[in-house]
Design a protein around this ligand. Structure first.
Ligand SMILES: Nc1ncnc2c1ncn2[C@@H]1O[C@H](COP(=O)(O)OP(=O)(O)OP(=O)(O)O)[C@@H](O)[C@H]1O
Ligand SMILES: [Mg+2]
Length: 318
C-alpha cells in the first residue's frame, strides 16, 4: 500500500491506496473554518495547523484502512506547488515515516495529483483525453496521452477559476471559501439576470480578471437593499460566465486534439453547473475534486520513487 500525505494549502490529508488504485482510506481535515475569519488562507496559520494535524490524520487513515505502518511499501507526498511552509510540514512528516520504515519516498506534483484523481477505483480513466484542471490556484487545459505525463494546451493569464469564485463570493459577502457558497446560492438565482463578460482570447487561454471587475462595478452600482434582493441573481449570472468560459475552451481543446474524452478535475469540478454543462465528460468524483491525499497516492503510482535514504535532502517548491 501507498501512504500519501497532502498539505499544500489548507487541507491536512492522508490516504492509503493500493497499487491497483483501490482507496482504503482517504482522510481530509479542512482548516477552512480556521481561515474564514481572515477571508482567505493565512500561510503561517496553515503551517502551524498542519503541524498539529498531520500525525492524527495519518493515524486516522491507518485506522480507517485497518492497516499499520508495516503494510506501507512507499510513502508519497506533495512536493509542490503550494504554500511553502505548509508543504514542508507534509514533506518532513513523509520523510520521517519513510525513513523510519526504510521504504522509498515518492515526491508528487500537486497538479499531477489532481489529474490522477481520475485513475482511482473501478471506473479508472485511460488516456488519451483532454483534461480541464480548474482549482483554487490553476486553470489548465491538458493534453493527457499517458498516465503521469501531460502537455499544457492553455492556462489562465490572470486569476484561476477557483480564485474567481472565491473573489466573487467575497464581493457578494458570502465569506470564504466561496466556490461552494456561490454554487448553492446560484440555484435560486436567474443566470440571465446580469450579462457578465466571457473573455475571448485567441488560443486556449483563460482570463477571469475582467469578469471579477465587472462584478465589482455591478455590486458597487446597486443600492444595498437591491443588492440583498438580487444576490442570488448575481451569483447565478457570475457562475454562468465562469462555467461558459470553461466549457467553451474545454470543447475547443477537445476539437483541436481530436480527443474523444474530456475530463474535469480540481476543486471547481465540484461545481454543479459545470458538472451539468459538459454532457459525456468524465468528472472527478466529488470527494476527490478538492485537495485530498488519495489523488497524491494515485499519482505516485506513475512517478519515480526516491530510494531510502536519498530523499532526506529533498526540498519542496512553492
Ligand atoms: N462547488 C464549487 N463550485 C465552484 N468552485 C468550487 C466549488 N467547490 C470548491 N470550489 C473551489 O475550488 C477551489 C479549491 O480547489 P482545490 O482544493 O483543488 O484548490 P487548491 O488546491 O487551493 O489550488 P491548486 O490545486 O491550484 O493548488 C476553491 O477556489 C473553491 O472555491
Ligand atoms: Mg488543489
Amino acid at each position: 500500500m501507498i501512504l500519501a500525505l497532502e498539505t499544500s494549502c489548507d487541507e491536512t490529508a492522508a490516504a492509503l491506496v493500493t497499487d491497483d488504485g483501490a482507496v482504503r482510506a482517504n482522510v481530509v481535515s479542512s482548516q477552512a473554518d480556521l481561515h474564514a475569519r481572515y477571508g482567505g488562507v493565512v500561510p503561517e496559520v496553515a503551517s502551524r495547523r498542519h503541524l498539529e494535524l498531520v500525525v492524527p490524520v495519518v493515524r486516522e487513515a491507518l485506522r480507517e484502512a485497518n492497516a499499520e505502518l508495516g503494510d506501507v511499501s512507499r510513502v508519497a507526498v506533495t512536493r509542490g506547488p503550494g504554500l511553502i511552509g505548509a508543504l514542508l510540514i507534509g514533506l518532513a512528516a513523509a520523510k520521517a515515516v519513510a525513513w523510519a520504515r526504510r521504504v522509498p519516498l515518492v515526491p508528487v506534483d500537486h497538479l499531477q495529483g489532481h489529474v490522477a484523481s481520475l485513475y482511482l477505483g473501478e471506473d479508472a480513466l485511460e488516456p488519451p483525453f483532454v483534461c480541464l484542471l480548474a482549482s483554487g490556484g490553476h486553470t489548465l487545459l491538458l493534453d493527457v496521452r499517458e498516465r503521469g505525463a501531460a502537455t499544457v494546451l492553455g492556462t489562465t493569464l490572470d486569476d484561476a477559476a477557483g480564485e474567481a469564485f472565491d473573489k466573487g463570493a467575497r464581493l457578494l459577502g458570502l465569506g470564504y471559501p466561496g466556490g461552494a457558497a456561490i454554487d448553492a446560492l446560484a440555484r435560486s438565482g436567474d443566470p440571465d439576470a446580469f450579462a457578465f463578460p466571457v473573455a475571448r482570447l485567441p488560443g486556449l487561454d483563460f482570463s477571469f480578471s475582467g469578469l471579477k471587475t465587472a462584478l465589482l462595478y455591478t455590486v458597487r452600482a446597486l443600492p444595498q437593499e437591491e443588492l440583498e434582493r438580487r444576490r442570488a441573481d448575481l451569483a447565478a449570472s457570475y457562475q454562468r460566465a465562469i462555467v461558459r468560459a470553461l466549457v467553451e475552451r474545454a470543447r475547443a481543446a477537445a476539437e483541436r486534439t481530436r480527443a474523444d474524452t474530456v475530463a474535469v478535475v480540481g476543486g471547481v469540478a465540484a461545481n454543479s453547473e459545470l458538472r451539468g454543462a459538459l454532457p459525456g465528460a468524465v468528472l472527478a468524483p466529488l470527494d476527490l475534486c478538492t485537495d485530498n491525499a488519495a489523488m497524491i497516492a494515485s499519482a505516485a503510482r506513475y512517478a519515480e520513487p526516491v530510494p531510502y535514504p536519498d530523499y532526506l535532502g529533498l526540498d519542496a517548491y512553492a
